[in-house]
Design a protein around this ligand. Structure first.
Ligand SMILES: Cc1cc2nc3c(=O)[nH]c(=O)nc-3n(C[C@H](O)[C@H](O)[C@H](O)COP(=O)(O)OP(=O)(O)OC[C@H]3O[C@@H](n4cnc5c(N)ncnc54)[C@H](O)[C@@H]3O)c2cc1C
Ligand code: FES
Length: 255
């Protein structure tokens, strides 16, 4: 895979410590895929970020500043050079599920920066169904991204301290709504994913998927730094987030 070079179009703060990065690149980027961006210019230390949008040759990434790499990324200005590898991720599962999603009721649950991949999924699935609903949780209002700016209307916002939207965790609020739905996608911190697994246990008529995040190094399934445990009969197998995922069946992931 070749290193790709482009120019930054936009890199601006859209919520506390949360940036929208846009750059031009003509290639087909699908939801659930991610890129590895060289966050330390010219030192080749690559960090993974989900595709949050792809429209007319413009790629959108939404990232939260965590430590050195994302801090440096946040200093890039329009017209600065950006180097990346990708897209990565196995899109077979996603393409397969598209065959059955027409006119179905779809729910998305996102916690924190997990909203990035969910934004592209939601917008992409508009072509397939009108019944889409997002539940999006953050710690407090300062971190909340205004999803209207990304073309998303049906959102239930939650914050842990109630400073914006409904007060509680996103899964607790989702639980109270007793929604009827056919597909669920989630991305966020592991405790959120685990409580969704518990909540949805036994609901075999619903197709549930999770976008997993683990430490990515090679991105091509070789180094095994990003493995997750996946149920297999009465045992488990290791699969890689980078080349088997990041999309997995929620019921199959062992957390
Ligand atoms: C497939 C994938 C897609 C991602 N998409 C996004 C996205 O769209 N937006 C976004 O904001 N973030 C995303 N992330 C997470 C993002 O890659 C990390 O936050 C980023 O690499 C941190 O870089 P850093 O140099 O600032 O911090 P680092 O120095 O790399 O890490 C700082 C701290 O965060 C922890 N950490 C770093 N990466 C991870 C991880 N993957 N899982 C758990 N803990 C971690 C480290 O242990 C350390 O304590 C994604 C991760 C993966 C695997
Ligand atoms: S990052 Fe090397 S196997 Fe996934």
């Amino acid at each position: 895979m070749k290193l790709k070079t482009t120019k930054v179009l936009v890199n601006k703060e859209i919520a506390k410590n949360t940036f929208l990065l846009r750059f031009k690149y003509k290639q087909n980027f699908l939801p659930t895929q991610f890129v590895l961006i060289d966050t330390y210019p010219k030192r080749f230390i690559l960090k993974p970020f989900s595709i949050a949008g792809y429209d007319d040759g413009v790629v959108s990434i939404i990232y939260r500043v965590i430590s050195d790499g994302t801090k440096l990324l946040s200093t890039l200005k329009p017209q600065d050079t950006l180097t990346f590898l990708g897209p990565f991720g196995n899109t077979k599962k996603f393409k397969d599920l598209l065959k059955n999603i027409k006119d179905k009721k779809v729910v998305f649950i996102a916690g924190g920066s997990g909203i990035a991949s969910i934004i592209y999924l939601y917008n992409y699935l508009k072509k397939y169904t009108n019944t889409l609903q997002i539940f999006y949780g953050e710690k407090d209002k300062n971190y909340v991204i205004n999803l209207k700016k990304f073309g998303i209307k049906n959102v239930v916002y939650t914050t842990d301290n109630g400073s914006f939207g409904e007060k509680s965790t996103v899964v607790d609020i989702f639980k109270t709504k007793n929604l009827d739905f056919d597909f669920l996608f989630c991305c966020g911190p592991k405790p959120m994913i685990k409580s969704l697994q518990t909540l949805l246990q036994g609901k075999n008529n619903i197709k549930t998927y999770v976008l997993m995040e683990e430490y990515i190094c090679c991105g091509i399934g070789v180094c095994r730094s990003c493995v997750v445990k996946i149920k297999s009969d009465n045992d488990f197998v290791y699969q890689t987030v980078c080349s088997d995922g990041p999309l997995f069946n929620l019921t199959e992931v062992i957390l």
